[in-house]
Write a protein that binds this ligand. Structure first.
Ligand code: TA6
Length: 304
């Protein structure tokens, strides 16, 4: 159902939560508290902006991002469901990378504003696109909350069908950094990862923080802990806490891959890195009929 701005503001608008027209004429929800602002496009339920008062943006958004109904937004927090990466095996052929959830408009289900906490809940149920790719019944319920200057995301998947439901999911978060060549990621020491730049070879992470000296694309397995991004460039640390996520992806495209992406500036790769909260590969989720799985992430900053 198409949701007009008048309809959305009439039904849900309140102090701290408003609906506006964004890039490509797409509607988005703006959450505003004393601590900052968050923008969430209905297209893909895509968080495109998280800014704390007086601070540089916490999330990276590509200046080249498309805002078209059949394309993913580049940056912010893509919602990845029900497969991660290329679909394997692909029964329909040419299934979109990272599933369909980020390619379709979600419905606004509710908004909340209590004190300095503002949130919007969006929902996705089977539609023409999903049915053409993945013949399963499901409901996604995604709550985006700005609690003062902290961003909280909660992606709940409910199996509304009569059969078991298996899926992968990720909150594919792009963080803004001063210069990825001087940034590092802590919290994944002594773990095992699959290196996507080396044919998914299984490798061991040592005790040192993860630095970036080239294209980096790693799926860290059996990782439930908090990650911290150390960013001396912006003189801050970004803390990524999570619940019910067993895998963590760390990604920077570096030079060649940046050039290969039409919706990503050739010179944008130093300003970002992804730490993704997910359940993928061996950590895919299987739900019995009627069951719900909720994956949560909490993003805060220290310093700057
Ligand atoms: O999460 C890292 C990754 O899987 C990379 O391999 C790269 O493909 C990235 O996601 C972006 O994928 P996208 O489909 O958004 O271009």
């Amino acid at each position: 159902m198409q949701q007009t701005l008048d309809d959305l503001n009439g039904r849900f608008g309140k102090a701290g939560v408003s609906f506006k027209e964004g890039r490509g004429g797409m509607p988005y929800a703006n959450l505003a508290t004393g601590g900052g602002e968050v923008d969430v496009y209905l297209h893909g339920a895509h968080v495109t902006r998280f800014e704390q008062k007086g601070q540089p943006a916490v999330l990276f958004m590509s200046a080249q991002s498309l805002f078209q109904k059949d394309k993913a937004i580049r940056g912010g927090v893509p919602v990845i469901f029900p497969w991660f990466g290329p679909r394997q095996p692909d029964p329909v052929g040419k299934s979109p990378m990272h599933g369909f959830a980020r390619l379709t408009e979600w419905q606004v289900e509710s908004v909340e504003k209590q004190g300095d906490v503002a949130s919007v809940t969006l929902a996705l149920t089977p539609n023409e696109l999903s049915r053409s790719l993945w013949p399963h019944d499901f409901k996604l319920t995604y709550t985006v909350t700005l609690d003062g200057d902290v961003l909280k995301l909660d992606l709940a998947v409910t199996n509304t069908g009569a059969e078991g439901l298996a899926f992968e999911e990720a909150l594919h978060t792009y963080f803004a950094v001063g210069d990825v060549r001087h940034a590092s990621v802590e919290g994944l020491a002594h773990t095992t990862y699959l290196d996507k730049t080396d044919n998914l070879t299984e490798k061991s992470q040592d005790a040192s923080p993860i630095g970036f000296t080239g294209e980096t694309d790693r799926v860290y397995l059996a990782t439930q802990g908090t990650c911290t991004i150390n960013d001396p460039g912006l003189r801050r640390r970004i803390v990524v806490e999570k619940e019910h996520s067993d895998a963590t992806v760390v990604w920077n495209p570096w030079i060649a891959k940046a050039k290969a992406m039409v919706d990503f500036g050739d010179d944008e790769w130093p300003g970002m890195l992804c730490v993704e909260t997910c359940n993928v590969g061996p950590h895919a989720v299987t739900l019995a009929p009627g069951a719900t799985h909720s994956m949560k992430v909490r993003i805060s900053t220290i310093g700057s």
